[in-house]
Design a protein around this ligand. Structure first.
Ligand code: BGC
Length: 370
């Protein structure tokens, strides 16, 4: 079968041949891959950045945002059956620490996890994949057109969930609003798929959503944000400090830019007792000069929390399924419009390397391959 692979540290993707995987264990599930999304992490891998091949292999099959059809299950599988739509999660645990033993490899304590398509395990940009039942999430039929968005949405879900849990544990007034996010000022920075999906989730929870990017307000992504009731903030004309002053400061900031200077400057928009969750993973290692004392002073004097969030557990995928269904009920055509570009596996170089202004999510369509 065909697969799209990279050689870590070498730029460029290539089509390779792989043996079709088989159901061998009782809890194995085989999926026919229908489509797989491409994100910033994939593009970085394609550019020769962060990636690791499975041990003993030179190449890594990439792709971690999958969506497919269950084609065969081992005898003990109960969560899905043949003909269901489903996705597999991304991270596989180290097998040693408590979070991993609890199927929470997203919180692995040893760092010895693997990630399909990114770190030490082949990914999903291929025709068929097999994995264990504990990593499967069944996708309802009404999400067929948008199920490929579940992985990036799960990353946003985890980030929001973490922020809300932290606030629930420490804010004396948390209980006064049963749904804490309702009416809260939330800023999403970086309006790529993670940012837009986070904005969507926050709107579903009734938050006042600001979305920051540096593109013209007439372009696709700000327009999408406005259509779901968010307010666009052009970072070229408004600084985070001005935004903080004019709005009274954010209760929650979710960062998805991966640009270190922006990530730090955003603290200027955070209000008293605010929570700031970072999801962007900066590439490169250019040193940054910052006013450390001022940052620390503000965090302390304003009771602010800054936390990092990576990856997502099965439960976050489950939350993503529920929110994607709610979003489809409110904004079906908008949600579908998030998938802007579709390519065949044979067009993978173009898919990974072209970046058009109106692009939100690019996917590779595998369904017509076999
Ligand atoms: C993926 C996560 C992964 C992270 C770090 C992101 O693009 O969505 O699943 O944990 O990269 O490798």
């Amino acid at each position: 079968m065909k697969a799209i692979a990279i050689t870590p540290s070498v730029a460029g993707v290539k089509l390779v041949e792989r043996d079709e995987p088989r159901v061998e264990a009782e809890d194995d599930i085989k999926i026919k891959v229908l489509r797989v999304g491409i994100c910033g992490t994939d593009r970085e891998e394609d550019a020769g950045g962060r990636a690791q091949a499975p041990s003993g292999q030179q190449d890594l099959v990439i792709g971690h945002e999958m969506f497919g059809l269950v084609e065969e299950t081992g005898g003990a599988v109960t969560r899905v059956q043949k003909g269901d739509y489903a996705v597999f999660t991304v991270r596989r645990g180290c097998g040693n620490c408590l979070p991993c033993l609890m199927n929470r490899p997203d919180m692995c304590r040893t760092g010895k996890y693997t990630e399909r398509g990114i770190w030490g395990q082949d990914g999903y940009q291929t025709e068929h994949v097999v994995d264990k039942e504990q990593y499967i999430v069944r996708v309802p039929r009404d999400l067929e057109s948008v199920g490929v968005l579940l992985e990036p949405l799960s990353v946003s879900e985890k980030a929001i969930d973490e922020a809300v849990r932290v606030q629930s544990a420490r804010l004396p007034d948390f209980q006064s609003t049963p749904l804490w996010l309702f009416g809260k000022r939330c800023l999403v920075a970086g309006l790529g798929p993670i940012g837009l999906l986070a904005a969507m989730t926050l709107r579903l929870r009734g938050a006042i959503v600001y979305g920051l990017d540096v593109v013209d307000s007439s372009t696709t992504r700000p327009q999408w944000l406005t259509a779901i009731g968010g307010q666009y903030v052009n970072g070229k004309t408004i600084t985070p400090a001005q935004l903080g002053n004019t709005t009274g400061g954010m209760d929650l900031i979710l960062e998805a830019t991966g640009v270190p200077l922006v990530e730090l400057n955003l603290l200027d928009a955070l209000g008293d007792n605010g929570v700031y969750v970072l999801t962007g993973i900066p590439g490169g290692d250019r040193p940054l000069q910052i006013d450390g004392a001022e940052i620390i002073r503000r965090l302390v004097l304003k009771n602010q929390v800054m936390l990092g969030s990576v990856n997502a557990a099965r439960d976050h995928f489950q939350m993503a399924v529920e929110d994607l269904q709610s979003a489809m009920r409110s904004w079906q055509s908008l949600v579908q419009a998030l998938i802007t570009h579709r390519y065949t596996p044979g067009q993978s170089t173009q898919a990974f390397e072209s970046h058009e202004a109106d692009e939100i999510k690019t996917v590779i369509e595998w369904s017509e391959t076999s």
